[in-house]
Design a protein around this ligand. Structure first.
Ligand code: ADP
Ligand code: MG
Length: 627
């Protein structure tokens, strides 16, 4: 009898391997995007037709391939990333098996175009069903484009196994999101059947998350950071109150590779145990950095599983890191200095306004005893701020001098030292609430500043007032209706027909906010009561502005009714004229702000409170922080 064992042809071997590596369009997408990242691209486009069943094209501006490489890359075990088995343990690239392109090419019609920077012309290679078709010279931009057409066209059994376009699109999108998350410095875009689904400009991790999941995530993220000799953990967790009823936003990246790991997942979710109900899921976007020698990513061809050498340590560290982040946040979120590029300190505007120094600095000045002694700002004595003179801004020189004189205040209270672990909110509240003569100055029409031995804070006054009102009114809908202050002589207000209808439509919610309104004939209402705490004489105007703002937001933004109402009234309240504030008022404002859920950001996501610790102060005084 003849021998029956034969070596498989490469084509068949590749098709078998393809079954393992390429199960559906999303697997090809993953491999191709990773290759583009590995090629050092800063811009990567993914173009799909019919969920990738008809076309998957990835265009990158990376290193490109030489004529030989462009052909070689379709060979099995052809890789530029791994030479010996030892390299496996020092590897930070995504690919390394050299299997992906060979597998993809064996089950699709593939066209590759590529040019390296140093080359004048590009090269074009066509491979179909694992068979080399052609290679020629072509004009092409720097980088690589790979088009994969009709995936599984030659393996009908597999093609039939594909799910609906909707399902396959979801898979593709998920892969895209994972890779976009692990590479926030790369500009990614995704087009599907001619429409653009994502266009993600390069940015930091936080910006990438919000670009992918929505702008409202800005306020939902709590930073996590832990650096140990075993593992470095960084990233974000979602605040418990935004946890979801279904699984979803749970991302682990180990050395920038997305992984699924139920053990690590358990570490995170158990850290959430005490702050979340059992039927909801925590969201997280965590990146672990580990010495590649301490992990083995080689255990599954699609590489979403990983083996850790110090599994228990990693578990413990991860859990502790998340707990700590939650602990800080449960009092309030911690300060994120790596902020959005639009970060705009109101104070920086001072640079444009050259103002003569007005204030003589008192060398004996001590911010811990003041109010009674020599003020450094005339505003202190402005009792009736409506009639006080126009506000005079401090010049940058004044501020520097002021900070320099006040920075080395001896610590009045030893507890200030002990509390350093508590996160900025608790730390600041401790100082402001305990020392009741703690001194604030208004350094610009909209900015207030206070310094103490550990640094200084600066906050945006209208931004703070808006944030406080917003949270207060928003709570009025979900928790407790606000008190209404009855008017002695309830005014009649004539509204436009539209506003009249709007008041009618919103009447229940206006009542919860503290507006007690009745209708009085055509387009006229009577204002019996107003939210307690509004400045006397401004109520009517505030209601009118509230309606106007509500209408405006409705056209511009997609907000829920309550969100819109809370934003509108907060905005109406701060539209009042500029005022000068006394130190006492500013201190109270700062304390109220720190009691907000989100003291660091304004209603529109802008930064409104900044705490600069003394170790960062030197940079600041040398103009390095943008002042
Ligand atoms: P691996 O990524 O595991 O090395 P692949 O089959 O995915 O294997 O790719 C084979 C080789 O083709 C890579 O090692 C790389 O040299 C080259 N390559 C693939 N895609 C690109 C690309 N977009 N730009 C430059 N080179 C690429
Ligand atoms: Mg690869």
């Amino acid at each position: 009898m003849a021998d029956i064992i034969r070596l498989l042809s490469d084509t068949v071997a590749n098709q078998i391997a393809a079954g393992e590596v390429i199960q559906r369009p999303s697997s090809a997408v993953k491999e191709m995007l990773e290759n583009a990242v590995d090629a050092g691209a800063s811009r990567i486009e993914l173009i799909l037709l019919d969920a990738g069943k008809t076309l998957i094209q990835v265009v990158d501006n990376g290193n490109g391939m030489s004529e030989t490489d462009a052909r070689m890359c379709f060979e099995r075990h052809a890789t530029s990333k791994l030479r010996s088995i030892d390299d496996l343990f020092t590897l930070f690239t995504m690919g390394f098996r050299g299997e992906a392109l060979a597998s993809i090419a064996s089950v699709a019609q593939v066209e590759l175009k590529s040019r390296r920077r140093e080359e004048e012309v590009g090269t074009r290679v066509v491979v179909e069903g694992g068979n080399f078709i052609s290679q020629d010279v072509c004009a092409y931009q720097e980088g690589t484009s790979i088009s994969v057409k009709n995936l599984f066209y030659n393996v009908p059994a597999r093609r039939n196994f594909l799910k609906s376009n909707q399902v396959e699109t979801r898979h593709v999108q998920e892969e895209f999101i994972r890779i976009a998350l692990s590479n926030p410095h790369v500009h990614f875009s995704l087009h599907h059947n001619e429409s653009q689904i994502f266009d993600l400009k390069e940015g930091n991790y936080r910006q990438r998350i919000t670009a992918l999941f929505g702008n409202n995530y800005k306020e939902r993220l709590v930073p996590v950071e832990e650096d140990t000799s075993v593992v470095k953990v960084e990233g974000y967790i979602g605040k418990p109150e935004f946890s979801r009823k279904n699984r979803g936003e749970q991302y682990f990246f180990v050395n920038n590779r997305f992984i699924k790991d139920s053990y690590l997942h358990h570490a995170v979710s158990s850290a959430f145990d005490s702050v979340m109900s059992k039927d909801s899921y925590a969201s997280y976007w965590l990146k672990l950095r580990i010495d590649p020698a301490m992990i083995d990513v080689n255990i599954h061809p699609t590489k979403t599983e990983i083996k850790f050498q110090h599994e228990r340590d990693v578990y413990a560290i991860l859990k502790a890191a998340v707990k700590r982040a939650l602990g800080k946040y449960s009092v309030a979120p911690s300060l994120d200095f790596e902020n959005e590029p639009s970060f705009d300190l109101p104070l920086s505007k001072l640079n444009d306004v050259p103002v003569q120094p007005q204030i003589r600095v008192n060398p004996n000045y001590n911010p811990f005893h003041l109010e009674k002694s020599t003020g450094i700002h005339p505003n202190e004595h402005a009792v009736n701020r409506q009639h006080s003179p126009a506000f005079k801004a401090y010049s940058p020189t004044d501020i520097k001098t002021w900070l320099e004189t006040n920075r080395d205040m001896p610590s009045q209270q030893s507890f200030l030292k002990e509390k350093i672990e508590d996160g900025p909110v608790v730390e600041l509240l401790n100082v402001f609430e305990t020392l009741d003569d703690f001194r604030f100055v208004q350094v610009a029409p909209k900015s207030a500043l206070a310094a103490f031995n550990r640094g200084f804070v600066i906050f945006d006054i209208p931004g703070a007032r808006e944030r406080m009102s917003y949270e207060r009114y928003l709570n009025a809908f979900s928790r407790q209706q606000l008190n209404s202050q009855q008017q002695l002589f309830p005014p009649q207000i004539q509204l436009t027909p539209n506003d009249f209808l709007l008041v009618r439509e919103l009447s229940d919610d206006l009542r919860k906010m503290g507006f007690d309104i009745s209708e009085f004939g055509q387009n006229t209402i009577v204002l019996h009561g107003v939210p307690a705490g509004l400045d006397a004489g401004t109520e009517e105007q505030i209601l009118q502005r509230l309606l106007e703002q509500y209408r405006l937001n409705k056209d511009k933004l997609q907000l829920s009714m309550h969100e819109n109402l809370a934003r509108s009234i907060a905005r109406s309240i701060i539209l009042r004229e500029q005022a000068n504030y006394s130190s006492r008022e500013l201190r109270q404002l700062a304390i109220d702000l720190l009691h907000c859920d989100q003291p660091f950001y304004g209603v529109n996501g802008q930064s409104i409170l900044r705490y600069v610790r003394s170790d960062q102060m030197n940079d600041l005084l040398q103009n390095k922080l943008g002042f």
